[in-house]
Design a protein around this ligand. Structure first.
Ligand code: 2AM
Length: 483
């Protein structure tokens, strides 16, 4: 083993780490495995990694010693303290030009902090979003690396080899500096929340408004999966709907309707608020999970709070088509919002994001993989400066064909008393975004009335004035007080 030179080391032998190591091994790279609980290394070598070229290390020093230079050390450990601990221990063992890659679900601000902190040492830090779950990790994940650009040429051959491929192209490309990779991964997870919530709302409407059975719904999702909605999440929804429990009955209706969450959707919502970008659909998706979790309270409220009857007397086939188009239109809006957030963060942090390549990274390997992302990639390839997805000619046309269906779905949901927060948020955003005039004139007047916050006149944008609305207030504006 002494003279064996590994291409890369990977720390963290939970299932994602193990599968990524096996994936790298199957692509011909020599990987050195390490884990805090060292016994897991031996166990891995004797079981999952048996018969491979994978080597194990008993200590960090041993691990570093078997690496080719520049050394590449990838972390797949719990985000937060575990990453910090390992990076601190690795610093004295590594040298200038070596590379640390954090492939966990770290917050982008932590990645940004480490990039800055490691700069004087010459060790290059990479924060890489990894998506695709266990299967993706083993057979081709979506990989979103960001951080120190000098590290990219050294890690590119490994990560592009092990990533998923979409039409032959790797779902892995350089994202941008410092925390860009983890930020893009966070937005990906937020979009995943939105996509899932939209599907759930459409399922709710099919079930409670149209009264469709499990197999009928499975058939609808199967049909949808053959067209523009073709995606992993639609496909698994079909399979979940069909799935029978050991007693021969459908499993889905037996599952308690209280959603869990690990927080990455929430971070997208918090970022949206911090950067001031209206990422409303993802926000609603996060809150919908919170509301669902109040199961006991909802059961109580269901006994006292009235609502309308959900009886449907229209054309079922026509409404199903409205639902399909509503889902599509809402997805366009959600992705438009997600890319708005990326654009704003890129502006603030001076990241030079390539939106087309981000869409391509999400096109395969990850949970939101879909045909639709190929269209987004095309939109940004045609116009890299595209300010909003809704303004792309292709998506603009798709929206003009689908917006009336989105209205039909939201209106029907409201009349039937079926909550559709994500569909409704999509429609409200669409109408707000395309509005020449919003009632913010009144809002500005109110702010000036009670707080002397000033307003601009349409005829003089950029000039802020204050009005003495009551006759007894002063003529001094709030900004004057602040001086
Ligand atoms: P373990 O096997 O020793 O628990 C996923 O939990 C991975 O993160 C595992 O490899 C786990 O190591 C590691 N991990 C979790 N918390 C850690 C910590 N505080 N320090 C180091 N590794 C940690």
């Amino acid at each position: 083993m002494a003279d064996t030179k590994a291409d890369i080391a990977l720390i963290g032998l939970a299932v994602m780490g193990q599968n990524l190591i096996l994936n790298m091994d199957s692509k011909g790279f020599v990987v050195c495995a390490f884990n805090r609980t060292v016994e897991k290394v031996d166990h891995f070598l004797a079981n999952e990694a048996k018969g491979t070229k994978i080597i194990g290390a008993k200590s960090l020093a041993e691990m570093v010693a078997c690496l080719k230079k520049p050394r590449k050390v990838m972390l797949l450990v719990k985000a937060g303290a575990a990453v910090d601990e390992f990076v601190k221990k690795l610093i004295p063992l590594l040298e200038k030009g070596d590379i640390i890659i954090d492939g966990g679900n770290s917050q982008y601000l932590d990645t940004q902090r480490w990039c800055k902190q490691l700069e004087p040492t010459g060790i290059h830090y990479i924060g890489m979003g990894v998506s695709g779950g266990e299967d993706g990790a083993r057979y081709g994940p979506s990989l979103m690396p960001g951080g120190h650009p000098a590290a990219w040429p050294h890690i590119k051959p490994i990560f592009q080899a092990i990533s998923a491929k979409a039409n032959g192209e790797p779902c892995c490309d350089w994202v941008g500096e410092d925390g860009a990779g983890h930020f893009v991964k966070m937005v990906h997870n937020g979009i995943e929340y939105g996509d899932m919530q939209l599907i759930c709302e459409v399922y709710h409407l099919m079930k409670d408004v149209l009264g469709l059975g499990q197999d009928e719904m499975a058939k609808v999702f199967d049909d949808w999966n053959k067209g523009e909605l073709d995606s992993f999440l639609i496909e698994i929804t079909r399979d979940i709907l069909k799935f029978k429990d050991t007693d021969g009955k459908h499993l889905l209706p037996k599952i308690r309707d209280a959603a869990g969450q690990k927080g990455t959707g929430k971070w997208t919502g918090i970022s949206a608020l911090e950067y001031g970008v209206p990422v409303t659909l993802i926000g609603e998706a996060v809150f919908a999970r919170c509301l669902s979790a109040l199961k006991d309270e909802r059961v109580k409220a269901s006994q006292s709070l009235p609502g309308p009857s959900t009886k449907f007397d229209g054309d079922k086939k026509e409404f199903l088509e409205h639902l399909r188009k509503a889902l599509y239109a809402s997805k366009v809006i959600s992705y438009a919002q997600g890319f708005m957030l990326l654009r704003e963060a890129a502006k603030v942090h001076k990241w030079n994001l390539n939106y087309g390549s981000i869409a391509l990274m999400w096109r395969g390997g990850c949970i939101i993989r879909s045909v639709f992302l190929g269209n987004i990639k095309d939109a940004y390839t045609k116009n890299p400066q595209l300010s909003n997805l809704l303004l792309d000619p292709y998506f603009g046309e798709r929206m003009s064909g689908a917006q009336s269906s989105l209205r039909a779905a939201v209106a029907r949901a409201a009349l039937a008393g079926v909550p559709a927060p994500a569909l409704s948020a999509a429609l409200a955003f669409y109408d707000g975004y395309r509005a020449h005039v919003l009632p913010a004139n009144l809002l500005q007047a109110q702010r000036d009335y009670f707080g002397a916050h000033t307003y601009e006149l349409l005829s003089k944008p950029g000039t802020f004035v204050h009005t003495n609305w009551t006759g007894h207030g002063g003529n001094v504006s709030a900004s004057t007080y602040n001086n």
